[in-house]
Design a protein around this ligand. Structure first.
Ligand SMILES: NC(=O)CC[C@H](N)C(=O)O
Length: 268
């Protein structure tokens, strides 16, 4: 077990804490699950960790838009500590509702500094909640620490508000040119980014599924890598077993391994 410590914020309608903790632990870290209210009562706890995870779920019932209330609670109760955490070079991952929260908080992509919202995750173009597997193409030129060395990633999505929209054309260009785009929804055969539904489940601009800040250490994505930690999570695992392509572990683990390895080499 490495000395890397991951903090998973729980409570208030979030619901992916167990699988996210299992993923970090399988990658060699120790994972603590702390209720947001407990963290807000003692905000000094945050500095004891190397990796922070904002997880998936339905925080505050998605009222006022997914992630909005949670982002406000954090902005008003943990702002300085979060800024210090980021400035000290530590890692943050936001998955689904966590990504929505991070964009509302303005800690990703943070093109013009922290705590300015620059992108939004809007209602899916199809108008409904979607729950299906997608293929992600990794932008290998991105500085993202979490996606290093990965080329293609099959993962599930489950969200109603996942359409990434930049606040204006200039922001979209800056995202593209600054290496902030790390994941795109792709056609599973050609691995080319696509706007086509349901391969692109929400209509995200430029097929964007995940982005990072300029350091590559603050990362958010709509799909759920923590839901592919066992090879048997994949809907086609029996076929994969027959044709010899069943991986040894779920491919989502690569994201957590990258995080733990980076923290081990840079932060301990
Ligand atoms: N799985 C999730 O985290 C869902 C996020 C959010 N509640 C949505 O539906 O968009």
């Amino acid at each position: 077990m490495s000395r890397v410590k991951a903090l998973i914020i729980t409570g208030l309608g979030l619901n992916c804490e167990k699988e996210t903790a299992v993923a970090f632990e399988a990658a060699g870290a120790s994972a603590s699950k702390i209720h947001l209210n407990d963290l807000l009562k003692d905000t000094t706890k945050l500095k004891d960790y190397h990796v922070l995870a904002f997880i998936g779920g339905f925080s505050f019932g998605d009222h006022l838009g997914s992630g909005t209330v949670l982002a406000n609670r954090i902005k008003h109760g943990l702002r300085q500590e979060l800024e210090d955490f980021i400035e000290s070079g530590k890692l943050i991952i936001g998955i689904c509702n966590g990504f929505q929260t991070m964009t509302r908080l303005g800690i990703v992509p943070a093109l013009k500094g922290l705590f300015n919202q620059e992108v939004a995750l809007q209602h899916n173009d199809c108008g409904t909640f979607r729950d299906n597997w997608v293929t992600l193409k990794v932008e290998e030129s991105s500085q993202c620490v979490f996606t290093k060395g990965i080329h293609v990633l099959p993962v599930p999505i489950r969200h109603g508000e996942g359409k990434l929209v930049a606040m204006d054309e200039e922001t979209l260009n800056d995202l593209e040119e600054g290496g902030h785009v790390c994941l795109r929804y792709a056609d599973p055969v050609s691995i080319e980014p696509t706007q086509e539904f349901p391969m692109n489940p929400n209509g995200s601009q430029n097929s964007i599924a995940g982005i990072c800040d300029k350091s590559g250490r603050v990362f958010g994505l709509m799909p759920h890598p923590e839901a592919y930690i066992s090879p048997f999570n994949h809907p086609h695992w029996t076929q994969q077993k027959i044709n010899g392509t069943l991986p040894e572990e779920g491919l989502g683990m690569q994201i957590f391994r990258n995080a733990v390895e980076f923290a081990e080499s840079e932060l301990l």
